[in-house]
Design a protein around this ligand. Sequence first.
Ligand code: DC
Length: 651
Amino acid sequence: MKFLDLPPATHASGTLRLPGSKSISNRFLLLAALAEGETAIRDLLLSDDVERMLEALKALGIDWQRGEGNDFLVRGAGGAFPVQQAELFLGNAGTAFRPLTAALALSNGHYRLSGVPRMHERPIGDLVDALRQLGADIRYLGNEGFPPLEIGPAPIRAGGRTTVRGEASSQFLTALLMALPLTGAEATVEVIGELISKPYIDITLNLMARFGVTVERDGWREFHIPAGARYRSPGTVFVEGDATSASYFLAAGAIAGGPVRVEGVGRDSIQGDVRFAEALQAMGARIGMGPNWIEARAPERGRLQAIDLDCNHIPDAAMTLAVAALFAQGTTRLTNIASWRVKETDRITAMATELRKLGATVAEGADSIAVTPGLTFTPHAAIDTYDDHRMAMCFSLACLGSVPVRINDPGCVNKTFPEYFERFASLVAPVIAIDGPSASGKGTVAALVAEKLGLHYLDSGALYRLVALAALRAGVALDEGEALARIAETLPATFEGGRILLDGEDAGMAIRSEECSAGASKVAAFPAVRTALLGRQRAYRLAPGLVAEGRDMGSVVFPDAPLKVFLTATAEARAERRYKQLIDKGMSANIDILLQDLRERDARDSARAVAPLQKCADAELLDTTAMTVDEAVAWVIERVRRRLPQAAARS
Ligand code: DC
C-alpha cells in the first residue's frame, strides 16, 4: 500500500495486548542459540527484524522450530555456531546485525554480513574497533566504518581488556557483552565516553543472567565477565510486551481522553521505555500502573503541558513525545537524543520536517529538538515515513487533532509491529460486532444501535447480496468462484445515508429478493469472494466507531472488536417475523416454505469451510425469540455502556 488515510478522530480508549518486545526477542534468540540445551521462547515478536534473526540463525546451523502461535523452540549450539561459512542478509535489523557481528567475529569462521542500503549507512566502526582489539579479522566491504562486513577466521586473544565507545549506540556494548562468553576467558570491557541508552544495557545484563552469565559492573564504565562463563538454557522464557510500542497507545490515551490500557508491560518490566509513562505524567496525563499493565488518561482539566526532558533513558519512546508535543501547551524540548541521527533514518531531521507539515514550529539541534504546536493542526498533511516504523507509528497520533492525516508507506511498521494500524483503529474507532443467522433481526437492531450512539454502520450481508445481484445481472453463474471474486473486487457499490447503490442505481429493493437472498448465501461460500470483500469491510472502521453486522464480524473481519454479540432467535420465530413482514408489505407468503428456506440457509452459512456462522467464544449471546426490537436494542446499548462507556456517552 502506498499510503493510508487516517480520518479525523477525537477520542481514544480501550485495552490492548502488546506484541512482544523486539529487543528482548532478538536477544533471547541469540542467547538461546549460543546456550547449552533447548530453550522454549514464548510470545516471540513476529516481525521483519526478528525474521532476519531467525533466518540468520538457521543459516548458521541453529535448529529452531515454531510451535503454536508465537512460541518457538531453539536447540542451542552450546558455544560458537555449527556453520563456519555463511552469507547473511540482515535487512535493516540493528538488533540482529550488531550482536551477530560480534558473535561471528569470535567464532573462527568465514562470514559476510550485509543489509539494506540504509543499514550500510549506519555506523559500526566502534564495534569493529573493539573486536579488532581482541584479534578479530573484520574487513569493510564498502565504506570504512560501515556495513557490509567480511569476517575471517582469527585467533582471539583470551582475557584482558577491550574498550568500546559508548556515545553512538549502546548496541555495540550489548553486542560485545553477549559475544564475549564465547571465548570462555575472563574479560573486561571499558566504556569510553558517556554511555547512551543505559536501560538497553540493563536489558542485556538481565537476559544474560537468565542464561547463566552474570556480568559484574562498575558503574557504567567497566563490565567484567568472569572466567569460564557459559550460557545455559533456563528452559522456558517469556518475551515481555514491547514497551516502545506501548508509547503510541499511552500517548493516545493522554491526548484524547482515555483510558487506554496496555497489557504486557508494567512496573515489573525490564525495559527502560516503561519510563515513558513518567514523561507523560510530567505533561499532566493521569497514569496508572500494575505489575503487567499501564494505563493513561488525559489530564483532569485542560491540556497537556510542554516539558523539558533529557531523553537518554528513553531514546526510542522519546519520538512519541515529539508528536505528543503537538497537543501540549508551550514548547517541548527533548535533549540528549543524538542517537536519533543514526537510526533507521536521521530521526531528528525527519521528525522536524514532518511536524512542520502539521503546523508546528520546530527547532532542530545537533542532539535535540524543540516543538511548539501551531494554533491549529494543518489538515490533510501527507506524512513521509523514511522507511522508519517509528515515524509511521508516531504520526498516526496526529489524526487525534481532529484532522485527516495521510501516512505514506505505512507498511514500514512491519519491522516491529505489523498490525499497528489495526490496533490503533481499535482505540479511536471501536467496533461493536453483531453476528447471527438470517432474519434474526440483527440488521434492524444494529442499525438502531448505530443511530442512537452516532456510530457508523456496516451491513456486510448487503455486500454479499450486491455481489449476487451484480453476478445475476452480468449472467455469471453463482458457482463460478473466480468470476464472482472479480466482481467482488471491483464491486461499484456505495452506501449513501440509508440507500444502497449499485453502479449509481438504487438496489435496496432488488437485493432483498428471495433470489438474491439465496444467491448471497451461495457466493458467500467462496473464499476468494470473502477475501475480496475483507479490506472493503475493514475500511468502514472509522472514528468514532462502527456497528458491524453479519456472520463473521467478530470471528474474521474485526476479531479485536471490544464488544461482540451473537444475536439469534429460534428458526420458527424468525420465519414468523419474515412472514409478518411480507404480509405487511402486501406480498403473499407461506410460512412453511419460509421456515424451510431459513433452515437451508442456516445450514449453508454454518457448514461452509471459510468463516462459517458461529458464536465466537468471546461473544455475548442475545436470544431475541421473546424480545421486542426495542428491548434488543436496549440490551446491546447496556453492554456498550459497560464495555465502552465513551461510545455509550453519545446515546
Ligand atoms: O445478513 P444477510 O441475510 O443480508 O446476508 C446475506 C447472505 O450473505 C447470508 O446468507 C450469508 C452471507 N453473509 C456472510 O457470509 N457473511 C457476512 N458477514 C454477512 C453475510
